[in-house]
Design a protein around this ligand. Structure first.
Ligand SMILES: Nc1nc2c(ncn2[C@@H]2O[C@H](COP(=O)(O)OP(=O)(O)OP(=O)(O)O)[C@@H](O)[C@H]2O)c(=O)[nH]1
Length: 349
């Protein structure tokens, strides 16, 4: 044994209030007098300096330490609560009992001090020297490991519950956000896309490497003001909802039906065929006519005018709208209740 002999480690800082015969508290790492004396006698003294690393989490350990003087910090990592141990307390006991045990914490000297180091190979000597004492120490050490495990499991379970509830809040917030986004791009009265929805749809359209060819139908109610004036706003609202239903019923999954505002609607259809666009347009006008014939007294519908065209994917909405609006203007000028095709070639538009 070195200068730090058994005699010098007997001069440890005693734990106040601890009787030499009292059994140790299983929940703490404080040794009884008898245990301390046995470990001091068979272990090797080791001086440590403040800040010195004794072992790292994850390393294999084969030693147990008892603190004779000073303090040692155990850091279990992440957000687990660390421990500060003082005189007569032990740590790293599984290294002594099992040998090659993976350390669950970093152990760092928090002050200059003196430790007693006991290696796995010395375990048998300890047992031979005082089997009763070591058996009691073993029971305590195992109980302490179990208590630590249980407290860890409780903490992890609590953490898990917190994470689960954070996840639930996140799902709820995402759901709310989706609903809000839906509301922002939807027209209240008709549930069709509104202008904001159209803008978002066009932004999405522009992200395609090769945007598909589109037909545009601009749909406007004829003399709609008269419906409001003669039958009131609620009836007018029902008529606008009727127009929306016609557009919704013919729009495919890639198409977009939108209320631009007031009594003006549009339908964007994915096609490069004039015939197909015209079929959509004529169906809209004819369906409105059919609904008007079914109205008795209170109108279900009013006549509709449609301006139709194919659009140039390379140009913007303003250009597309101008073409369809010019056609719509002609439809209105000819008395409404009809479709007019924008007959200028796309290339010369
Ligand atoms: N009921 C109802 N009326 C609306 C709504 N939004 C706009 N309007 C009315 O729609 C009418 C549109 O009038 P105009 O733009 O003159 O259209 P119009 O009467 O159809 O005339 P033409 O298009 O030339 O045939 C206005 O009287 C608006 O007050 C709405 O949400 N509900």
């Amino acid at each position: 044994m070195t200068r730090d002999s058994a005699a010098s480690i007997q001069t440890r800082d005693l734990n106040p209030g601890k009787s030499s015969t009292a059994p140790a508290d299983v929940a703490t790492a404080v040794l009884t007098e008898a245990e301390y004396e046995l470990f001091a006698e068979l272990g090797r003294p080791r001086r440590v300096e403040a800040g010195q690393l004794l072992f790292r989490r994850g390393e294999l350990g084969t030693t147990m330490f008892v603190i004779a003087r000073g303090v040692v910090d155990l850091d279990f990592g992440e957000d687990l609560v660390g421990k500060r141990l003082g005189p007569s307390e032990f740590f790293g006991e599984l290294g002594l009992l099992i040998g090659d045990h993976v350390r669950s914490a970093d152990a760092i000297a928090a002050s200059d001090g003196l430790l007693i180091e006991l290696r796995h190979e010395e375990f048998q000597r300890l047992v031979d020297r005082d089997p009763g004492l070591i058996s009691y120490f073993l029971r305590r050490a195992i109980l302490r490991v179990v208590l630590n495990e249980q407290s860890l499991i409780r903490r992890l379970r609590r953490r898990n519950e917190e994470l689960q509830s954070a996840l639930d809040s996140l799902y709820a917030a995402t759901h709310q956000l989706n609903q809000t986004e839906e509301l922002i791009r939807t027209d209240d009265l008709t549930d069709l896309y509104n202008r904001r929805g159209l803008t978002l749809h066009l932004q999405q359209y522009r992200t395609h490497a090769t945007p598909p060819a589109l037909g545009l139908l601009l749909v406007d109610c004829d003399r709609f003001k008269q419906v409001n004036d003669d039958h009131g706003h609620l009836v007018g609202d029902r008529v606008l909802q009727g127009v929306a239903n016609i557009l919704r019923s013919i729009a495919g999954p890639e198409d977009l039906a939108c209320r631009l505002g007031g009594d003006e609607f549009c339908l964007l259809v994915v096609t490069d065929q004039q015939d197909e666009v015209m079929r959509f347009a004529e169906f809209i006008v004819a369906t409105a006519q059919g609904l008007m014939q079914m109205s008795h007294g209170t109108p279900l519908m009013c006549p509709l005018s449609v301006g139709a065209c194919l659009v140039d994917p390379a140009k913007d909405w303003t250009d597309w709208y101008a073409r369809a609006d010019a056609a719509l203007y002609q439809a209105k000028r000819l008395g409404g209740n009809r479709v007019h095709w924008h007959d200028t070639e796309l290339t010369s538009a």
